[in-house]
Design a protein around this ligand. Structure first.
Ligand SMILES: CC(C)(COP(=O)(O)OP(=O)(O)OC[C@H]1O[C@@H](n2cnc3c(N)ncnc32)[C@H](O)[C@@H]1OP(=O)(O)O)[C@@H](O)C(=O)NCCC(=O)NCCS
Length: 164
C-alpha cells in the first residue's frame, strides 16, 4: 500500500515565511478586497502565536495547499460580531479532499482553546460547504454590493446570551 505525503496544519506564527503565499492566494481568491501589497502587510501582521487572530496553512508534505484565518473583524456591515472564520482557500490541485474542512476545524479548535463561544463567517457561494460542517445560517447581508450569507458556529463555550 502506498501512502501520500503527510498533511498537517501550521500557523503563520510557526512559519512566517508562508505569509507571501497566503497573501497571494487571498488576493487571487478575493480580488476586490485589497491590493496584493496590502494583503501581504495584513497577513504578515496576523502571526500571533495564541489568541483570536491567527492564520493557518495546510501543508501537503512541504507544499502549502490551503489557508484559513481567525480574525477579529471581517464583514464591514456587521462590526458588532466577532471573531470570524475568514479567507478559506484551497489551491485548485488540492480541492475535493476535505482540506477546507480540515482548515475550518483548525480555526474552530483555536477558537475553542481561546474560550470563544461563537464564530461567524460570511460567504457568497459556499454556504453548502459550511452547513455540512455544522454552521448555521444567520441571515443575509451585503458586502461590497454583493449579497452574502451570514453564518454562525456555536462552539459550546458557555457565555450568557446578550441582547443587541
Ligand atoms: C471553497 C473551497 C475552499 C473548498 O475547498 P476544498 O478543500 O475543495 O473543500 P473540501 O474538500 O473540504 O470539500 C469540497 C468537496 O469535496 C468533498 N470531499 C471532502 N473530503 C473528500 C475526500 N476525502 N474525498 C473526496 N471528496 C471529498 C466534500 O464532500 C465537498 O463536496 P460538496 O461540495 O459536494 O459538499 C475551495 O474550492 C476554494 O478555495 N475556492 C475558492 C475560494 C473560496 O470560494 N473560498 C470560500 C470563501 S467563503
Amino acid at each position: 500500500m502506498t501512502t501520500g505525503p503527510a498533511v498537517r496544519i501550521v500557523t503563520l506564527a510557526e512559519r512566517p515565511d508562508l505569509a507571501t503565499v497566503v497573501a497571494a492566494w487571498q488576493t487571487l481568491a478575493f480580488p476586490d478586497e485589497e491590493t496584493a501589497a496590502a494583503a501581504l502587510a495584513r497577513v504578515s501582521s496576523q502571526v500571533a502565536a495564541v489568541g483570536p487572530e491567527q492564520v493557518f496553512v495546510l501543508l501537503v508534505g512541504k507544499e502549502p495547499a490551503g489557508t484559513a484565518s481567525l480574525v477579529h473583524k471581517d464583514l464591514p456591515a456587521r462590526p458588532d460580531l466577532t471573531p470570524w472564520l475568514a479567507s478559506v482557500y484551497v489551491a485548485p490541485p488540492h480541492r475535493g479532499r476535505g482540506y477546507a474542512a480540515s482548515l475550518v476545524a483548525a480555526v474552530e479548535a483555536a477558537a475553542r482553546t481561546a474560550a470563544i463561544p461563537t464564530l461567524w463567517l460570511f460567504t457568497a457561494s459556499e454556504k453548502r460547504l459550511y452547513a455540512r460542517l455544522g454552521w448555521i445560517e444567520a441571515g443575509r447581508e451585503v458586502d461590497a454590493g454583493v449579497c452574502v450569507t451570514l453564518m454562525r458556529r456555536d462552539l459550546g463555550n458557555a457565555e450568557p446570551l446578550r441582547s443587541a
